[in-house]
Design a protein around this ligand. Sequence first.
Ligand SMILES: [Zn+2]
Length: 441
Amino acid sequence: MTDSKEDFEPHVEELFEALEGKVPKETLRKELDTYVNVYGIGLGPAKSGIVKKFGASRRTGVSGAAGVTKKIAELEGTEMNVTVVAKMVFVEKRAITVKGSPKTIISGIAGDDTGTAPFTIWGDTGDYEKGKVYAFRNAYTKKYREQIQLNIGTRGKVEECDDVSLDVKTSADTAPTEMKIGEITDHTGNVSLTGRITEVEPRTVTVQGTEKTIWGGIIADDSGKIQFTAWNDFNLSNDIVVRVENAYVRAWKGIPQLNFGERATVTRTNADVGTVESGPASKTVEEIVRVGGGLDISITGTVVDVRAGSGLIRRCPQCNRSVHGEECTVHGHIVPVNDLRLKATLDDGTGAISVIILKADTENLTGISLAEAEKYSKQKGDLDAVASRMTAAVILKKVTVTGNVMSDEYGPQMTARRTELVNVDVDAEAEKLYGEVEASL
Ligand SMILES: [Zn+2]
């Protein structure tokens, strides 16, 4: 928590500049302190709130103010007016839709000698060249999933700096961090660890036209397990314990995956990695959100919502996509097949996660079979009637779901391989709760 006044000083300076020196620093310091420490608002929103509050009567915003210049590693995700001098590591034009209208933006990765950051230029569609150095002026930053993003809005501009040469520090150059497997997230860079290989098998892939053998498997310790890919032959076999130095992490849909690449060393060791759990790892939603996703995870929570797309649904027999009517977006006119599914929101007290429950478990959980569901919907003349009945059967029930969790822009989602009802002893729970209430009096 930010509670010391000193921590605020750079932000007060920044606000002072953003408001063109028209609001005394003492006032800004007090405002910031109130918003952050009294109201508990995040630093970023507090700062933009203050600018809106004091800037509203004049020309709102940050134009004219020079802003501070920072290195990428110094960015905090709360800057409202910052200049970054960086090389275009990657740049592309993208067509997006804003409020129904098509718009072109420019996005990519910018890098300097301290690190790299993704950027988006919202305001113009000029041409930028990969490998050239630019000054990103009057930019603002945001933090999304622990990553700082640089944004250049309509007030910002990006100018070429011919005279500046920069060596970009990429994540490959950073020293590996020693970690337990369970601590690895989709934002982890280079990592060193010790673990037991619980699964490994060779695979043939084609890299730049040449066939190459790689090894894929699972490595585990007492904190968790992770999928790995070994890009060289490290002589791996089942059930050996290895010391891995300088592996790197890449995430696929939020699921972190470990890579033993060019720079990695893998050696056998007799180190104790604790007890490696063979079954699924039990996690809280909070833990999953922090990591981004994972394989073979189980979560116990309460069904707090059953969302649209649940109950009796129709699928394309060729691609299994859910369809409305008799049209598949890929296969055109088809004869759909009926299926059952629940799209549930599960809350375990640390957070909520979206869970897809497939036919067999949906039948078990709701006590309604596909045949019954078909009959019922025919009776009612309505597909949704089934969803309502199913919702009533599962809402506020406690369940344990097991499966892989992946993340996209809507957050983490599990497709449950298995769903089990947890029998709650209502009397015992009530007694426990009563005891806790009494103890707190
Ligand atoms: Zn289809």
